[in-house]
Write a protein that binds this ligand. Structure first.
Ligand SMILES: Cc1cc2nc3c(=O)[nH]c(=O)nc-3n(C[C@H](O)[C@H](O)[C@H](O)COP(=O)(O)OP(=O)(O)OC[C@H]3O[C@@H](n4cnc5c(N)ncnc54)[C@H](O)[C@@H]3O)c2cc1C
Length: 443
C-alpha cells in the first residue's frame, strides 16, 4: 500500500510530461518539434515545468508526510532533498533565457531588448523575484555557504524559497502556455500536483501538530539535570496511551514560551512511552538549547510534531544487537534499550563519553542490566582516573569487546565522524550494510 502512495507523485508527473509532449506536438501553428525555433520554446516550457515540478517534489520530500517518511526515514529524505535541491534550479535558470531567445528570434529584437519586453508581461516580475528567492535559498545551501550560516539564517532563506514558489504561481497559470492550451487535461494534472503538494505541506507541517496538541494538550511537567550539560524535560498530556511512539524515534518540539516559540528543534524520546509522560533529554549545544536550559518552566505548552524516524528496534534483523552511543547520541538508544530488555533480546551498549561526569542515565542503564540480557560498557576518552575502557571507540575495540559482532545488528548514534568511522570499520569486519543502522542528529 505504501508503495502505491509513493507512486502517486511520479505518476502524476509522468502524466504531466506526457501531456506536455502531446500539447507541444499539436500546437495551433503545428508541432514545435519540427523546427529549431519551435524546439527552443518547447524546451523552454519543459525547463519551466521540470523546475516547477522539481520544486513541488522538493516540498513533498520535506513535508514530513506520514505515508512517505516510514519508507526512508526523515533524515534520508532530507538528504535527498539537499542533493536534488542543487540540481533542480538548473532547470529554473535555463527557462527564462530560452523563452527570451525564442521571442527575440520571432520579433528580430536583440536578446536584451526582448528581455526588457518580456519583463513587462503580466506576472513576470513576481515570477522573476520568486526565482531569485528560490536560487538564493539554493546558493545559501551550498556546503561552502551553509557552513558559514546559522541554522536560523539558512532556515529563513528556505522560507523565502516557499514564498518564491507562491510568487511564481500567477505566471504558471497566466502565461504557462501548456496550462492554457486547448486541451484541459494538462492543466488538470498540474492542478492535481499543486493541490497534492500543498495539502501534504499544510496538513503534516502545520495542521497535524496543532491537531495533536489540541488532542493531547502537551505541557512541560518538570525538568531535571542529567549531567552538567544535559537536561531532561518531562512532558505530560491527555491520553498519552494514544500517542504512538516507537522507542528510538524523535519529534520536533516547539516550546510555546516567549523567546522559544519561533523555533522547532528535533529531539529524540529518551524513554520508552509509558502512557503517563514523555521524556526528552537535551544537551546545551548552541543558542537555542542554552536558552531552553536557562528559561524553560514547568507548565509551558509544547507543540509536538512527530513522532518521526525509522531508527527503531523494528529494524532488528538478527536476534542480537550492538548499540554504540557517543555523548548525547545515547537518547534514542536509551529508549530502544527498554524495548530490547522487554523482548529479552541480547544487547550490548558501548557508550562513549569524555569524562565520567558526562555520562547520563548511568543508574538507569545499570537498572536495565539487571534483567540479565543487556550489558553496558562505558568508554571514556579524557578521564585519567577512569579504570574502565579508555580511548576512542573504533571497530577494533568493538571487535574485542563484542566478539560475536557478525551475529548482531548495529545501531549507531553519535558524532558524525565517529559514525562514519564505525560504519566503515564494521563493514570491514563483515557486518553487512543492511545490518548497520544509524541516526544522525542533523536534518
Ligand atoms: C533526529 C534528531 C534527533 C536529535 N535528538 C537529540 C536529543 O535527543 N538530544 C539533544 O540534545 N539533541 C538532539 N538532536 C540535536 C538537536 O536538535 C540540536 O542540538 C539542536 O537543535 C541545536 O540547537 P541550538 O540552536 O542550541 O544549536 P546550534 O548551534 O544553533 O545548532 C547546532 C546544529 O544543530 C542543528 N539544528 C539547529 N537548529 C535546528 C533545528 N531547528 N532543526 C534541525 N536541526 C537543527 C543544525 O545542524 C546546527 O548546525 C537531534 C537532532 C536530530 C536531527
Amino acid at each position: 500500500m505504501k508503495r502505491i502512495y509513493l507512486a502517486v507523485f511520479p505518476l502524476l508527473a509522468l502524466a504531466a510530461l506526457g501531456l506536455w509532449y502531446f500539447d507541444n506536438s499539436n500546437a495551433p501553428m503545428g508541432s514545435f518539434f519540427t523546427d529549431r525555433i519551435g524546439l527552443i520554446i518547447a524546451f523552454a516550457r519543459l525547463a519551466g515545468l521540470v523546475g516547477a515540478l522539481g520544486v513541488m517534489g522538493q516540498l513533498l520530500l520535506v513535508s514530513r508526510a506520514k505515508w512517505l517518511e516510514p519508507l526512508y526515514g526523515l533524515d534520508r529524505l532530507t538528504r535527498f532533498h539537499h542533493t536534488a535541491g542543487l540540481l533542480i534550479p538548473l532547470a529554473l535558470l535555463v527557462h527564462p533565457p530560452l523563452v527570451v531567445w525564442y521571442h527575440a528570434l520571432q520579433t528580430g529584437n536583440s536578446f536584451l531588448a526582448q528581455y526588457l519586453v518580456v519583463l513587462k508581461w503580466d506576472d513576470i516580475l513576481p515570477a522573476a523575484a520568486g526565482e531569485l528567492l528560490i536560487l538564493a535559498a539554493v546558493v545559501l545551501s551550498l556546503p561552502f555557504t551553509r557552513r558559514r550560516l546559522s541554522y536560523e539564517a539558512w532556515h529563513t532563506a528556505h522560507l523565502g524559497a516557499y514564498l518564491g514558489l507562491a510568487f511564481s504561481l500567477g505566471h504558471q497559470f497566466e502565461l504557462g502556455a501548456d496550462l492554457n492550451a486547448e486541451t484541459p487535461y494538462f492543466a488538470w494534472a498540474w492542478y492535481a500536483l499543486l493541490a497534492f503538494t500543498a495539502a501534504n505541506m499544510l496538513w503534516y507541517r502545520l495542521l497535524r501538530p496543532l491537531w495533536t496538541y489540541r488532542r493531547h494538550g502537551f505541557r512541560v511537567d518538570r525538568t531535571a539535570m542529567e549531567s552538567r550539560d544535559v537536561m531532561s524535560v518531562y512532558v505530560k498530556g491527555r491520553g498519552l496511551g494514544n500517542f504512538p511512539v516507537e522507542p528510538g524515534q524523535f519529534a520536533l518540539l516547539r516550546f510555546w514560551a516567549p523567546g522559544l516559540k519561533l523555533q522547532a528543534h528535533p529531539f529524540s524520546f529518551s524513554k520508552a512511552p509509558d502512557g503517563a509522560e514523555l521524556r526528552f533529554s537535551i544537551k546545551r549545544s548552541g543558542d537555542f538549547t542554552a536558552k531552553l536550559h536557562a528559561e524553560l518552566k514547568p507548565g509551558t505548552p509544547v507543540i509536538i510534531d512527530g513522532p518521526h524516524g525509522v531508527f527503531t528496534a523494528a529494524r532488528l534483523r538478527a536476534r542480537k544487537a550492538l548499540l554504540v552511543a557517543g555523548g548525547i547520541g545515547i537518547t534514542p538508544l536509551r529508549a530502544m534499550l527498554e524495548s530490547l530488555a522487554a523482548a529479552r533480546a541480547d544487547a550490548v551498549l558501548v557508550f562513549s563519553n569524555r569524562t565520567a561526569g558526562d555520562i547520563v542515565f548511568r543508574e538507569e542503564l545499570a537498572g536495565l542490566e539487571k534483567g540479565g540480557t543487556l550489558r553496558t560498557v562505558h568508554v571514556l576518552t579524557e578521564d585519567k582516573d577512569w579504570t574502565g575502557e579508555k580511548g576512542r571507540v573504533d571497530a577494533a575495540m568493538l571487535n574485542r569487546l563484542v566478539p560475536d559482532l557478525g551475529e548482531r545488528d548495529a545501531f549507531l548514534c553519535g558524532p558524525p565522524p565517529m559514525m562514519a568511522a564505525l560504519d566503515a570499520g564494521l563493514r570491514a569486519l563483515g557486518v553487512p550494510a543492511d545490518r548497520i543502522h544509524y541516526e544522525r542528529f542533523s536534518l
